[in-house]
Design a protein around this ligand. Structure first.
Ligand code: HEM
Length: 503
């Protein structure tokens, strides 16, 4: 009892000290504008967590393209000038560290605590497993697993119209096939019907549990879950850890080299089996949390824009249909075919420009100077967090893109069907004009696999099924605003579609 009282008192004193420190903090002339908000310690935490995009755009209007805000006791410097991003993206990790914050989130969201390791080594290992010579086998496995979940499922193959939410359809198909591709199958033969049945049932269970957790993860990252939500998150995670247990994964076949190398890496670090299963769930989120939502937006933009849909369908006819067999009869799509789709590439770039909104965050480890492209220089204090938000600029910047809120399927296409890469701000050509995959040290390692997977799913869906909006007048849903900063945005509500197998 006495101890509890003493601990509460100590905590109270500590909090008061923190509040006092926060409110005493003054901006030095060499530092970016400081906006602490009116609430001591909390600062702007509430507005920031509710809708970071509108909050930061208001701050940009007030302070310009660099400023510091107070968020739940932390001072966060926001940089919104894409011409100046290089000075952050390539700064040494002794000054600007990526891992400290990532590790904090790992723990808050997935209860993962790993021993110290060299992040560069881990990255090199993952890159090797997801790119270059391992890419073709991933692409082939994804093709076959997409057939398992989409084209071999008797419940899909009916000539009657079926209805589903487009978000649910896209996310579940992509996650299930993506999961089987990386984590392995029940049996070696992808086309064995009994093996396909088992893979369908197991991957559906993983998706259903994962989806429940996904709805809670943003608030877990901000430590704002209610007690009931914390309990729910704990029980869903418990079920997922069982589904992804090391024992279970060890018995799978067709495991990707990504999984093999990651499991070996954890074992070499001396991580016990329980923590390994937790890390497997973290990786499920890192590798599968973005592609499904990206497919949803892409299909929705196409369904709302007949000219764009016709252009993509026309390109598909040329690339796939001329080859002879339908995708159902094919065993794979070659990289050469996947690379001959400039219209689709523009559609994907445009979709991601509008709907990918990650923060690129770094912890400032030592007092330092930040040089802006226009010659200004700012001091950054140790223990501040530095954060880029490319969604606001370049992606939604009206100085760079005309009508930035509109979907224009050929925005990234030149007249000769090559990729358009020249975009300008302030009369100067931009190096970073669209950053859905991050940049610098934080570039997505799975980008090539993700692009191939998205293409394969959209191609299989559009060539084998008729797809239409249930209500052609349905408006585009708004974003779930709590997701700004965490990668692909998700819609506030699902949109119903009808689809029918072409037979
Ligand atoms: C549309 C789909 C995707 C998008 C928009 C996307 C975007 C991103 C971004 C922005 C980052 C940097 C995160 C940060 O620095 O905090 C990232 C990292 C990463 N992504 Fe993706 N991603 C996608 C799909 C995938 C897929 C399918 C995989 C793997 C199969 C993957 C694997 C990874 C990995 C391993 C990292 C961590 C890299 C590191 O340690 O620095 N991603 N992704």
């Amino acid at each position: 009892m006495c101890w509890a009282l003493a601990a509460t008192l100590l905590l109270g004193i500590l909090l008061l000290l923190l509040v006092a420190l926060g409110s005493r903090r003054r901006r030095l002339p060499s530092e970016p504008p400081l906006d602490k908000g009116f609430v001591p310690w909390l600062g702007h935490a509430v507005e920031f967590g509710k809708d970071a995009a509108s909050f930061l755009s208001k701050m940009k209007q007030k302070h310009g393209d660099i400023f510091t805000i107070q968020v739940a006791g932390k001072f966060v410097t926001i940089l919104l000038d894409p011409h100046s991003y290089d000075s952050v993206l390539w700064e040494s990790s002794c000054k600007l560290d990526f891992n400290k914050y990532a590790r904090l989130l790992m723990d808050r969201m997935f209860d993962v605590k790993l021993p110290d390791y060299d992040p560069k080594e881990e990255k090199a290992m993952l890159r090797l497993a997801l790119q270059n010579k391992n890419l073709p086998s991933l692409t082939r496995a994804m093709f076959l697993n997409l057939q398992t979940v989409l084209l071999s499922d008797p419940s899909q193959l009916s000539r009657q119209w079926k209805e589903d939410g487009l978000f649910h359809l896209s996310y579940s198909m992509m996650l299930r096939a993506g999961y089987l591709t990386l984590y392995g199958n029940e049996k070696e033969n992808y086309t064995d019907p009994s093996c396909q049945d088992k893979d369908r049932a197991h991957s559906a269970e993983v998706y259903n549990e994962f989806y429940k957790l996904d709805q809670l993860l943003m608030r877990a990252a901000r430590s704002t879950l209610t007690t009931a939500e914390k309990e729910e998150a704990a029980s869903v995670k418990g079920r997922l850890w069982k589904l992804l247990s090391v024992k279970r994964l060890n018995s799978n076949t067709n495991k990707s080299s990504w999984l093999e190398s990651y499991m070996q890496h954890l074992a070499e670090l001396g991580v016990d089996e329980d923590m390994q299963s937790r890390a497997m769930l973290l990786q499920l989120w890192a590798t599968q949390g973005n592609a499904g939502p990206a497919v949803f937006w892409l299909l929705l933009f196409l369904l709302k824009d007949p000219a764009a849909m016709a252009a993509v369908q026309g390109e598909l006819e040329k690339v796939i249909r001329n080859k002879g067999p339908t995708t159902k009869q094919m065993q794979s799509i070659s990289q050469e075919m996947l690379d001959r789709t400039p219209v689709f590439d523009s559609v994907l770039n445009e979709t991601l420009r509008l709907t990918a909104a990650p923060f690129i965050s770094r912890e400032v480890l030592a007092d330092m100077q930040l040089k802006m492209a226009d010659g200004r220089e700012f001091s950054l204090r140790k223990e501040y967090r530095l954060c880029l938000f490319p969604y606001l600029s370049p992606q939604m910047d009206s100085e760079i893109y005309e009508d930035p809120e509109k979907f224009k399927y050929d925005r990234f296409l030149n007249a000769d069907n090559t990729e358009k890469r020249d975009f300008y701000k302030g009369g100067k050509r931009l190096k970073y004009y669209n950053m859905p995959w991050g940049a610098g040290i934080n570039t997505c390692i799975g980008k090539f696999h993700a692009v191939n997977s998205i293409k394969q799913f959209v191609f299989q869906l559009l060539t084998n099924f008729d797809l239409e909006l249930k209500d052609p007048e349905a408006r585009l849903p708004g974003f779930d605003k709590g997701r700004y900063g965490f990668g692909m945005l998700q819609p506030e509500n699902d949109i119903m579609v009808r689809y029918k197998w072409k037979g």
